[in-house]
Ligand binder design. Structure first.
Ligand code: GLY
Length: 271
């Protein structure tokens, strides 16, 4: 069975073989970015590259330590949400764009990790015919497993077009793993990746960063088109290890068994 460490290494090696510079994770409190308190995504340390201010390299890949509080209300209630997590990512700064980003994501999941193709669904931004066409015609993804979603789900940052924040943003395409019909889902077999019943785990978000949002919701085209992808390592590991919950993977079982033992051995001394 592939471990969390194996999967992280496989991802970075795969993108190294596609001529990406492998860059270390940035600090959880970003060094030079007064717009955010914590690092919430792999792209954050690359803002100068996305804005065309630093082109030391045009392709990079990372495993970034992240802290997110925007979905704090569901942490502990679902199998897939965390506050702290690791995010795998590959980035293009004015180099490759949608065609390569989609093809390499598919090659990594189905070729390197050998995930069954019929378990993978994708979503695209409702107006992004280019991404839709690549999935349908190049990848040969059946149209029954491609869904078109709106600004909340398929624009990154979520709803940025309407609500901000300012900075690099764009439409995105997500890849989901289908755990099979949830008998308790009110939508039954008609359920799709927009449903929150737990049938679908969103594993990878491919963001086509082509705008710089400014005050008033102005979307200024960036000097060059970019790619920013984010894949939650813990979710991917759950899928690869055949677990429904991130907390049942090798990354957590050792920690949880120490906690269980500690609680058991201290329970007699608690008042
Ligand atoms: N930067 C892409 C993501 O966080 O999903």
């Amino acid at each position: 069975m592939l471990s969390t460490n194996d999967i992280r290494a496989k991802f970075l090696n795969f993108f190294k073989s596609k001529n990406h510079s492998i860059v270390a994770s940035d600090s959880l409190v970003p060094k030079d970015d007064p717009t955010v308190l914590f690092t919430t995504a792999g792209m954050q340390q690359f803002k100068p590259q996305f804005l065309g201010r630093d082109l030391t390299y045009t392709r990079a890949s990372t495993c970034q330590k992240c802290l997110r509080t925007d979905d704090l209300d569901v942490v502990g209630k679902t199998d897939f949400h965390h506050t702290f997590f690791e995010m795998l990512g590959n980035f293009s700064f004015g180099d490759y764009f949608k065609k390569e980003a989609i093809a390499w994501a598919w090659e990594f999941l189905t070729g390197e990790l050998k995930l069954p193709k019929d378990r993978l669904w994708v979503s695209v931004y409702k107006d992004d015919e280019e991404a839709y066409g690549i999935w349908l015609n190049d990848i040969k993804q059946p149209k029954e497993r491609i869904v078109k979603l709106g600004d909340k789900s398929n624009f990154w940052p979520s709803n940025a077009r309407l609500n901000g924040p300012n900075g690099p943003c764009g439409p995105c395409s997500e890849i989901f793993y289908d755990y099979g019909v949830n008998p308790n889902c009110p939508n039954g077999a008609q359920c799709d990746p927009d449903c929150s019943c737990g049938r679908f785990s969103e594993v990878w978000n491919l963001v086509f960063t082509q705008f710089n949002r400014k005050d008033g919701g102005v979307l200024e085209p960036l000097p060059a088109k970019n790619i920013d992808t984010g894949m939650g390592l813990e979710r991917l590991v759950a899928v690869v290890q055949g677990k429904k919950s991130n907390y049942e993977t090798d990354n957590f079982t050792a920690i949880l068994s120490v906690i269980k033992e500690t609680v058991k051995s201290n329970s007699g001394t608690m008042t």
